[in-house]
Write a protein that binds this ligand. Sequence first.
Ligand SMILES: C[S@@+](CC[C@H](N)C(=O)[O-])C[C@H]1O[C@@H](n2cnc3c(N)ncnc32)[C@H](O)[C@@H]1O
Length: 222
Amino acid sequence: VGYSLYLDLVENLRNGQTRHDFPLGDEEKRCRHAIELAKQGKQVALVCSGDAGIYAMAALVYELIDREPCRIAVEVHPGISAFQMASAKVGAMIGHDFCCISLSDLLTPWVTIERRIKAAAEGDFVISFYNPRSLKRTDQIVKAFDILRPHRNADTPVVLASNLGRPEEKVRIIRFDEFNPEDVDMLTLVMVGSSQSRAFKRGDGKTYAYTPRGYAKKMEAR
Ligand SMILES: C[S@@+](CC[C@H](N)C(=O)[O-])C[C@H]1O[C@@H](n2cnc3c(N)ncnc32)[C@H](O)[C@@H]1O
């Protein structure tokens, strides 16, 4: 059971199982369908992208079985979320404290999201923005950068990672002051460094980025 795009991505793993395709949106219908099939005694895989517990279906399944108790077994299998993959692709951006914020205000009021961005900016976290922009929702990432601007230097590394793990994958490291919202879409993860994050060029000509954990003090004391 899953969104058609995700089921297409794992089609090569299918081995006789019946596909239950759903369009984008209406996640409740998808989860209810999976639960119904499980209640009939079927073994069901509810397919998500990245980690099923991060802005995905696992929490909704638990919400439904909490509200409407039933006798089905549920197992959540952890995956690699977009922020982990983006960090690994460019080096080690999440080497120190980090957080994730979804900019989708479909289910969360914008004032709440704004409060979290401010707290993360002041707390100097590496911040990963999920759902940064859609066709109808274009303003939020611009507002997020406006909130962050007083708290980050112009050269703070920003990672723009699209279609991670897919043939169309594109990963770039830019400076905070180079950010252009037009470079971002709903398949992009935007990761903004903390005040300690650094980007540097290696001998292979490529730029890498990381957030140090604080070993420099130890190294310099020797
Ligand atoms: C509803 S969330 C799903 C997150 C997913 N469960 C995860 O753990 O990565 C959708 C958002 O996740 C990010 N995302 C998901 N898959 C991605 C990928 N392959 N590459 C880049 N970003 C991705 C994008 O920000 C997208 O707007």
